[in-house]
Design a binder for this molecule. Sequence first.
Ligand code: SF4
Length: 498
Amino acid sequence: MIFMSYFDQKEPPRREARLNACIACGGTLDKMANRKMSCCLPDGERAFSQNSICLLLPALGMMNSIPNSVVLMHGAIGCGSSSHGGNAGVRAGNNHRWGVVKDATWISTALSEHDVIGGGEEKLAAAIREIDERYQPVIIFVVASCVPGIIGDDIDGLAQQLQPEIKAHILPVHCEGFKTKIWATAYDAVYHAIGRVFLKEAADSGKQAEKPIVNLMNVSSMGRVDEVELERLLKALGFDVNIFPVFAQPDKMTAVTQAQLSVSTCPTHDDYLLQYLEEKYGIPYVLRHMPIGIENTGLWIRDIASHFGLQEQAEQLIAAEEQELKAALAEFKPFFAGKKAFVSAGEFRALSTAILLAELGFEVVAVRSFHHDEFADSEYEKLVKVTEKEIPLNIANCQPFEEANLLRRIKPDIFLGHMNGNATAAKSGVATHVIYNVGLQYVGYKGAYELARRLYRQLQNPQFNHKLGRWTKLPYSDSWYEQDPFKYIQQPEVGAGE
Ligand code: SF4
């Protein structure tokens, strides 16, 4: 039998096909344990959808961060528009790492109606040549959006044809938005291009590295402050750390093939590349827990340490960290006891943050995840154990109308949502806290303390949101709030596809 890797293909598969991932479900948390949720069956969909997320948004978040690169959007001019909003994160990320405020460099071929009929390859070739000459980058990401996917522009063929005359590495990235509703396919698209075109077997220097090297996979929703915390924990166990891929210099990217282990911080984010690094370069990986929350950070450290036979050192480190954290949290926990928290984010982040909130003493009353796939099954099981009762779970790629309905019923004390995702809760009069701000800490033991400190301060006085709720109005009729929040989700009966 001939083994075919996904990386032998020009494009990665859609996550709907590869992982049976889904975006539409409404039910209770306990049903998700053991993957019994009906959204995992075929045809789970919405009869009405308010909005969606194009995979370009997270893909651009990764690519725009790479130093010495240019992102060339091949498509309609509006396709790269999220780069404007995302640029604040690029400037902050560059500043936090290297002390320079530097913008992302992204360019569009701005395809016109004429190009749609005549083809856009000539325009694309001219843009690649001009970028190479004018910016002299190490990498040019050539990003296909919907239009080239529909009209059949061959970005891979063109990249291959031009590469001998272009100094930069040309990496074709497939982000045709119409192909998938699972925005997390974006990570696979970027990793596919990096793995297929850019990574190479490391040359044997003949020297033995002094310390074991681990690849620490970061995500664009994690700031430098969080990386510092994870580096601190890994260095305490005696490792050298290579952080990849967000804000990774191109030479740090190529160094991933020299590591002894790859470590994921978010299984939703990393599985596609980590499996490839093992398959092609023999680098094993750990991909189970997200280091957010007290227990989860300990589990994450134990997984890494056990790979190198360092269990005893890991237990000592965890015990010392937990002891210090427990003492630091003592002043906050009585205040948090019984306060209701609603969490909404990318699946793994939402669940691990909900578990942390339960550890801090909050009552977790609802969770929204932007999609669902198998990697989070274990997190649902952990959360079910700490919530101890049925709580609403919504799998939704945005859909604020469902969220508004849930908020009216649940009336939480605090809503933790993604950047730009807190407006519905804020206007409903609920205190909100951002779950993703690259200047704030969320990860590891320090992140647990910092989140607790911020929530304590905020919940001392939630008047701002109470007043906002009194004087603003969401655009839904009263009759909507009387209906089932999951009314428009069409789900086959559980058991129908088993
Ligand atoms: S869905 Fe298509 S047209 Fe819309 S932003 Fe995404 S790639 Fe561009």
